[in-house]
Design a protein around this ligand. Structure first.
Ligand code: PMP
Length: 358
């Protein structure tokens, strides 16, 4: 395989080469069926078994209890911002939100369309460089919403709030990167396009009891119960995204599952943070205790050098490290499929640049 660049993109992001190859084969001739995966009926027994297998893999990899549903939706994590509120906030006193950055704020904005929002804590005072703790959830909150990994700001929650309110978590950018205890949550959602597969499907893992607490009528496509009651096939699901996610989750299982990949992810992020802390040209933007292992954010002491470093890195085949437009600097995303060798390479590029400049 002739691939390719060192892809540090934040999402859609790098997928394993073997998965891309299998996906490419399936586009032309899926399992020797004489049909492309793109032209089979989603109601065919072959594709129904893909859905089932993907759900089972997710249950296995994340240790999902039987009392939870595994659902495939569409519309990205952004649709979940409003869907969560339509289902669980409407008609209730308030929804509690932990404001840890750009995507948390987007969730808050959408929720306000459907009811009262209580922001229990915010790290906006320090540019979202940390995860607040020590906060109280209002006793009448219908849920507490948090974001496990802040993709843009480069912070990650390494512990989750203990609260009597149902806990809802946006895990878009760190699901499958580390072990979690699904029982700590009532609903988890994530867009596929980081550690799961290609953009298109949105994963929801929800406690059945929590879904049953919804009593009001909702548009079908915004009603979790409809997805549950129709095996995620109420309408045409994102067939290709689900299929490639299945391939990618099989790959993850071969890596030793989530515990296996977690060790590798730890090593990768340690290596890069070490260099950021050592190299006199750079500094990390997130507070050390809250540094994400998925999205490593950093800047240069001399911002006028940043464009040059980007060009220098690109010249060496390092792509996707430009920081999000609102925060600037750099962001290297170290998702599951990114090999350690790419991180080692980026470190060398940073050292090389340092030599040229000092
Ligand atoms: N939440 C988080 C934490 C994200 O990283 C993203 C996308 N990068 C979103 C929500 C929005 O996801 P989508 O583009 O799938 O709507």
């Amino acid at each position: 395989q002739v691939l390719k660049k060192h892809n540090f993109g934040a999402g859609p992001c790098i997928l394993p080469g073997s998965v891309l190859q299998q996906a490419a084969n399936a586009v032309v001739n899926w399992n020797d069926s004489g049909l492309s995966i793109l032209e089979v009926s989603h109601r065919s027994p072959e594709f129904e078994s893909v859905v089932l297998k993907t759900q089972l893999l997710i249950r296995e990899l994340l240790n999902v209890p039987q009392s939870y549903e595994v659902l495939f939706l569409q519309g990205g994590a952004s649709t979940q911002f409003s869907m969560v509120a339509m289902n669980f906030l409407q008609g209730r006193a308030c929804g509690a939100y932990l404001d840890t950055g750009y995507f948390a704020q987007k969730a808050i904005k959408e929720a306000k369309l459907f009811g009262k929002v209580a922001i229990v804590a915010s790290s906006e005072d320090k540019d979202y460089s940390y995860i607040p703790d020590h906060f109280e959830t209002p006793s009448d909150a219908a849920f507490l919403h948090c974001t496990s990994n802040n993709t843009i700001e480069g912070t990650e929650m390494f512990s989750f709030p203990e609260t009597s309110a149902p806990l809802i978590c946006d895990m878009s950018s760190d699901i499958f990167s580390r072990t979690i205890n699904v029982r700590d949550f009532d609903l988890i959602y994530a867009g596929a396009q980081k550690n799961m597969g290609p953009a298109g499907m949105t994963l929801v893992i929800a406690k059945n009891e929590f879904l049953n607490s919804v009593k009001h009528a909702l548009p079908s496509m915004s009603d979790y119960r409809v997805y549950r009651d129709n095996q995620s096939m109420f309408n045409t699901p994102p067939v290709f995204s689900i299929y490639v996610s299945m391939l990618n989750l099989l790959w993850l299982r071969e890596q030793g599952g989530v515990t296996g990949i977690q060790l590798k992810n730890h090593k990768k992020s340690e290596l890069l943070y070490e260099e950021i802390d050592r190299n006199p040209l750079f500094y990390g933007t997130a507070m050390p205790a809250h540094r994400s292992k998925m999205n490593i954010t950093f800047k240069m002491h001399d911002p006028s050098m940043e464009a040059e470093f980007l060009r220098f890195a690109a010249g060496h085949g390092v792509v996707g490290i430009k920081g999000y437009r609102t925060v600037g600097g750099f962001r290297a995303s170290l998702y599951n499929a990114l090999p350690l060798s790419s991180v080692e390479f980026l470190v060398q590029v940073m050292q090389h640049f340092e030599k040229e400049k000092t």
